[in-house]
Design a protein around this ligand. Structure first.
Ligand SMILES: NC(=O)c1ccc[n+]([C@@H]2O[C@H](COP(=O)([O-])OP(=O)(O)OC[C@H]3O[C@@H](n4cnc5c(N)ncnc54)[C@H](O)[C@@H]3O)[C@@H](O)[C@H]2O)c1
Length: 376
């Protein structure tokens, strides 16, 4: 394999440009064995293509994704488009013989996710799905703690992602607020992959789910002086159970667009009888852990930049969103090149399908007002 991963982006909006920024400072990775270069971009909006024309390595800007897929310079395609376009575009990427970093939720629904997973397996291409928060040092510490055996008997797990931008009723509608473009799973499609990645990686696979789903604002300004329907779920609380050593253990997944006081707050809490771990992006330098003793004490570690893939950034500096996004891409590149070792990998197609099984069961649970069993 060439030691330069040449990337093409389809969808140069919010996330497409975030990816460009990650490749633009790839050199912060210290002694990383793979170089990355953004060479091609496709978006329908000329103004966005103009933005990418400022990126020195970009040699192709096009409004036709097929033109990008015919480009022999492109090895890996990152697709960051609305959810109703995932299936068709991901399948075309694979047919073109390219590797894929897919944006979540990996298809608009369970059927789409299964088709993409199956096509990925048949194609033999390297396919992973985006979820970056677990690559933050505090999240990596929580995973390490859970694996260390220091939890004792697992009591419960909370995995949450909270936004508050939708509290404003005057915020105009966009594609993420409508079933036809975001999917019936709504906020679970938007934020769900972020909350399942760590629990799934720890082997916490829900056996049963009871879902509380809420539509809070059902209409919003359409941005053209009128009013548009908002028919997706705003908030979802999934109360699930996993089985650990023959015992049922509750795992709660929360994805919320209306969470007062939260901008983009991802958190994980894992509690056991002997120990516990807690991390939230609201306190990006703090890793909290608990160890059973005579007194009830949570200890706070002031974290620095202890990422899985070393960088030239000072070890005492604090990381943020662009850093974990870059670390996720480093993980993708390392795994693709066969040098991931025991570091955290990106969400696999099987995990993405498992997440859709959970979200589909959550919809059924809400419809039937009952707990719904999940496949093993
Ligand atoms: N990993 C994360 O933290 C994160 C955050 C936000 C969004 N996302 C995901 O990223 C994806 C995109 O979300 P976004 O917020 O960047 O959306 P966005 O609306 O900002 O950008 C989407 C872009 O896709 C372009 N597009 C639409 N159809 C196209 C086509 N046929 N060919 C080429 N370009 C096309 C649009 O012009 C737009 O610029 C979604 O799957 C979303 O769930 C991930």
């Amino acid at each position: 394999m060439n030691d330069t991963m040449r990337v093409g982006i389809i969808g140069g909006g919010l996330m497409g440009r975030e990816a460009a920024s990650a490749f633009g400072r790839w050199f912060v990775l210290d002694k990383f064995p793979v170089r990355a270069e953004l060479v091609a971009v496709c978006d329908l909006q000329e103004s966005l293509l103009d933005w990418f024309r400022r990126v020195p390595t970009v040699r192709q800007c096009t409004r036709d994704h097929r033109e990008l897929l015919r480009n022999p310079e492109v090895d890996v395609v990152y697709v960051a488009v609305p959810h109703h376009l995932h299936e068709a575009l991901y399948l075309e990427v694979l047919s073109a013989g390219k590797d894929l970093l897919a944006e979540k939720p990996f298809g608009i629904d369970l059927a789409a996710a299964r088709k993409i997973r199956d096509a990925a397996a048949t194609s033999g291409r390297f396919v992973r799905c985006s979820s970056e928060f677990p690559f933050l040092p505090g999240a990596l510490r929580a995973i390490q703690f859970a694996r260390s055996g220091r939890l004792g008997k697992l009591i419960e797990v909370h995995s949450c992602f909270w936004h508050a931008s939708d509290l404003d009723p005057n915020k105009a509608v966009n594609w993420k607020r409508q079933v036809k473009t975001c999917g019936e799973i709504g906020v679970m499609g938007d934020l769900g992959m972020h909350v399942v990645h760590v629990p799934f990686r720890l082997g916490y696979h829900p056996r049963r789910v009871y879902a509380q789903l809420q539509k809070i604002y059902t209409q919003r300004p359409d941005g053209k002086g009128g009013v548009a329907e908002c028919d997706t779920w705003d908030n979802a609380m999934l109360h699930t159970e996993i089985e650990v050593d023959g015992r049922e253990v509750p795992v709660r997944f929360e994805t919320k667009r209306l969470a007062p006081g939260a901008t983009n707050t991802w958190s994980i809490e894992i509690l056991g009888t002997d120990g516990g771990a807690r991390f939230t992006t609201a306190e990006p330098k703090s890793f909290w852990h608990f160890e059973r003793s005579r007194e009830q004490t949570w200890c706070r570690t002031d974290l620095g930049f202890q990422t899985d893939f070393p960088t030239i950034t000072g070890g005492i500096f604090e990381p943020g969103f662009p850093d974990c996004f870059l670390q996720m891409w480093a993980s993708y590149a390392a795994e693709r090149a066969g040098v991931l070792g025991d570091r955290l990998g990106c969400v696999t197609p099987d995990e993405a399908v498992r997440s859709h099984e959970l979200f589909a069961a959550a919809l059924e649970s809400h419809r039937t007002l009952a707990a719904v069993a999940l496949p093993d």
